[in-house]
Ligand binder design. Structure first.
Ligand SMILES: Nc1nc2c(ncn2[C@@H]2O[C@H](COP(=O)(O)OP(=O)(O)OP(=O)(O)O)[C@@H](O)[C@H]2O)c(=O)[nH]1
Ligand SMILES: [Mg+2]
Length: 434
């Protein structure tokens, strides 16, 4: 992808024709302080996270700077004076890339490249690069490619507008313009093709979800900031062997495992892609097929890395993302993970939250108990005799409730179990006497 950070050989898994001794890419990082009052993340915290993203992308960070931007410059964002200073640092440190902790307009990116004389990459591109390097399954790769094209296409359009302006009117159609038009057409065709494939994935996933629903097991979604320990918790609770790494976005594809609760009940626990502050909305959209796995969840487990100074900021960013995904209404249990790392005098608490360490297996029983209790609240016991003509109600019981016994009689189906209270009214006329 144009303008992206190239990985160190091996990190993408592509082995053909790779120079294994090629030095890692050296980058200079630029943090930005737009002088906003009370930003959720301070510019310095955000810059530190950018550095972690760069590390995850196998980039060597030579140095970084935090610039104050009183009024964003439409041409260069930071102004040509500050850009010239970066050019000097880039030359001094022998960098091949400058990474900005912001999303740059295409024009700004090109103007900056002219001044600093090396490649300029923005935050979204860096995140996309990490995603691309970590996508392992066909589905993950589809979604990442879709997001990459989504990012590139408007940039090409902008190039085209600029080109037609400088090239003048009729009769000046140059090969450049034709090429851009061809590129755009091909990208649009590719998008249509990707969307068709992603749609197939979504249908398959939704059928699998419907089949799981029929088992009557509640669905629990793991959510949280990237690197908080979601996959570790899935492994600790279910004995799964999901990939765990001290990296951002190690998980891209959803993984569902059965979870045994203390009272013998079972549930399904799903691990998915993590969140990050200022995650571009179209990136979220590209991961719709994946996120749909947890959008229908009955309960969310919000995993927080409590050892970080930015834990509160991370919690806020996760809640914001859940709102974007229209999941803010789903009941949620917060797990303050990695308590083994939290130092003395570093207490952090939230009402109702559970302290745990997925690594040491601490607090897992508390998590199981809290899940059991949360799944029970709102469920009422119910016994019904449903006539065959009302088959939809049998489906509803299976879909929304927990079926404990089924009996087929001549006049209909007798179901016993529990359903969420909001559905109980629908069964009233067929309710069995206690
Ligand atoms: N000390 C400590 N480390 C933990 C704990 N839980 C997870 N980790 C470490 O934190 C890092 C991230 O863990 P993951 O389980 O991959 O986190 P994740 O939330 O799935 O991350 P992404 O999939 O990348 O978004 C790994 O290095 C884990 O070993 C814990 O309770 N204590
Ligand atoms: Mg993970």
């Amino acid at each position: 992808m144009a303008g992206s950070v190239s990985k160190r050989p091996g990190s993408t898994g592509q082995k053909s024709g790779v120079d294994w001794h090629a030095p890692a890419e050296r980058a200079f990082l630029v943090g930005l302080d737009f002088l906003r009052r009370d930003p959720v993340w301070t510019p310095a915290q955000s810059l530190e996270e950018l550095e972690f993203l760069a590390l995850t992308a196998d980039v060597v960070v030579t140095a970084s700077t935090l610039l104050r931007v009183r009024k964003p410059d439409p041409a260069t964002l930071i102004g040509s004076g500050q850009a010239a200073e970066i050019a000097r640092r880039v030359e001094e440190d022998d960098c091949q890339t400058v990474i900005f902790d912001a999303e740059l307009l295409p024009r700004q990116q090109r103007n900056l490249e002219k001044i600093v004389k090396v490649k300029v990459v923005d935050r979204t591109t860096l995140i996309l690069d990490v995603f691309a390097a970590h996508a392992r399954t066909a589905e993950g790769k589809l979604q990442v490619e879709r997001a990459q094209i989504d990012y590139v296409l408007p940039r090409l359009s902008e190039l085209w507008v600029e080109f037609s302006r400088t090239a003048g009117g009729i009769g000046t159609r140059g090969p450049g313009e034709t090429q851009i038009e061809t590129d755009r057409r091909e990208l649009r065709e590719r998008i249509a093709d990707l969307d068709r494939q992603i749609d197939r994935v979504r249908k398959r996933r939704s059928q699998a979800r419907a089949a799981r629903r029929k088992q009557g097991l509640p669905l629990i979604g793991l959510v949280g900031y990237t690197n908080a320990g979601k996959s570790s918790l899935l492994n600790a609770l279910t004995g799964a062997d999901a990939l765990v790494q001290d990296q951002l976005f190690a998980t891209l594809d959803p993984l569902t495992r059965k979870l045994e609760l203390a009272d013998g009940r079972r549930a399904l626990l799903t691990d998915t892609v993590g969140f990050i502050q200022r995650l571009p909305e179209r990136l979220l959209a590209a991961f719709r097929a994946t996120l749909e796995e947890i959008q229908a969840a009955d309960l969310l487990l919000h995993v927080v890395d409590v050892s970080l100074p930015t834990r509160s900021e991370q919690i806020d960013s996760v809640v914001e993302t859940l709102e974007l995904l229209e999941m803010a209404g789903t009941p949620m249990i917060t797990v303050l993970n990695k308590i083994d790392l939290a130092g003395d005098g570093d207490e952090f608490d939230l009402p109702g939250a559970i302290h745990a360490s997925a690594k040491d297996g601490v607090g897992l029983d508390d998590v199981r108990a809290a899940i059991g209790a949360a799944l029970q609240t709102g469920d009422v016991p119910l016994g019904v005799a449903i006539p065959f003509a009302e088959g939809r109600l049998v489906d509803l019981f299976h879909r929304e409730g927990t079926v404990e016994s089924t009996e087929f009689t001549e006049s209909g189906t007798i179901l016993r179990g529990r359903v969420p209270e909001r559905f109980a009214g629908r069964f009233r006329e067929f309710e069995l006497p206690d």
